[in-house]
Design a protein. Sequence first.
Length: 153
Amino acid sequence: MIHAVQITRREEAPAVWVVRDQVRFMGRLEGTDLTVLEVEVPPGAGTPPHRHSSPEIFRILSGEVTFGLFEDGPPRQVQAGPGTVVTVPSGVAHNYTNSGDSQASMVVVLETSMEAFFRDLGRSETPPAGPPSEDEIAAVIAACDRHAVEMVT
């Protein structure tokens, strides 16, 4: 069966706020389990160390993102600027933080199971500035439990 070409313009893509990051759902590759997101990360924002079954490919479009990689051996910190691609295999603990002083933007390819996590946790309202509240942290933990995302300490 031949499927139609899909075109998603950034300004038309559905978007949600996941804590302080804005996540845009750019499209799915039909016939696969792959989704493309665009994630905008404000300065100082990011994720806690975590792991999940979905592999991820990050391509930095703008800004500076620091990735924490928690494979065998000591944790590594990798600085990633525009054009850098970071590939995280399934089950490898990782996190990211916008280590710069301007907004960072990246394209992320992952499995639709993670898209479901972002859609579940995401909110349409612009979040307040500053660190996440206790309620926001509780919502993240609950969504992690629902979507088999394991926080790593």
